[in-house]
Design a protein around this ligand. Structure first.
Ligand SMILES: O=C[C@H](O)COP(=O)(O)O
Length: 253
């Protein structure tokens, strides 16, 4: 597969505020990037961020989406609403959603359907936890997560991202080694081919997430089958995130 412009996606989680929204936007608007950058702030800052970034090609996204379209579901936000306020992508099934809010592969499938139907590019997050990793179950977990969430989706003319995030690498400062990432991403690609067929599998962008920083982003992006990165902690420092984007950008120039 030829190398495509990678995605650099920021996930702020439950962090930041209007100050970070303004300083991040200011630092991103300083430069022109060829990489596809996206920022997923908490819901309440999405509208401001969309309006601040309206003259740029930086995407704004959400960290979650409801599996419901509308109705008596307190606290939920639908895919249609997110599209309406200018979101272009949404994270689905982040490990923190799975662990803390008990989301599962079936709810991920429904959320994927809703996102795709409403022109939100889904980023499905998958990955094994430390215990599963130590037991050598990584491929089994990824197999289950992919095979339960993806079959039956209408991907015609749509973009889809998968983010491989080993839970043990999230927020620990210990990213997976490039050898581990290469082996896992190659397995993910093989499963995507099995589920979607070669043509659609080749169009899926597979991102790596887990302690991505300016120190490891170039190496990660040079790894086969890695088409981008999902950045948590480092995206909360606008200067650091901008450096990550610049380094990523240099990999495609
Ligand atoms: O969505 C982002 C990931 O959970 C990675 O977080 P991190 O970069 O802080 O390890």
């Amino acid at each position: 597969m030829s190398k495509r412009a990678p995605f650099v996606i920021a996930n702020w989680k439950l962090n930041g505020g209007i100050d970070l929204t303004c300083t991040s936007v200011a630092s991103m608007l300083n430069k022109q990037f060829e990489v596809k950058i996206g920022i997923a702030p908490p819901y309440v800052y999405i509208g401001d961020m969309v309006s601040f970034l309206r003259n740029s090609n930086i995407m704004v996204g959400s960290q979650n989406v409801s599996k419901f379209a509308s109705g008596a579901y307190t606290g939920e936000t639908s895919a249609q609403m997110l599209t309406e306020v200018g979101c272009q992508f949404c994270l689905i099934g982040h490990s923190e959603r799975r662990q803390v809010f008990l989301e599962n592969d079936h709810s991920c499938h429904t959320k994927l359907e809703k996102a795709l139907a409403n022109n939100l590019m889904p980023i499905l997050c998958i990955g094994e936890n430390l215990q599963q990793y130590e037991l050598g179950l990584t491929n089994d977990i990824l197999y289950r997560q992919l095979h339960q969430a993806l079959p039956g989706l209408d991907l015609n003319g749509k973009e889809l991202c998968i983010a491989y995030e080993p839970v043990w690498a999230i927020g620990t400062g210990k990213a997976a080694s490039t050898e581990q990432v290469e082996a896992v991403h190659s397995f993910i690609y093989q499963e995507l081919v099995e589920i979607l067929g070669v043509e659609k599998a080749n169009r899926v962008h597979v991102l790596y997430g887990g302690s991505v920083s300016k120190n490891n982003v170039a190496e990660l992006l040079s790894t086969p089958h890695v088409n981008g990165v999902l950045v948590g902690g480092a995206s909360l420092d606008p200067e650091h995130f901008s450096e990550i984007c610049t380094i990523a950008d240099n990999t495609v120039r």
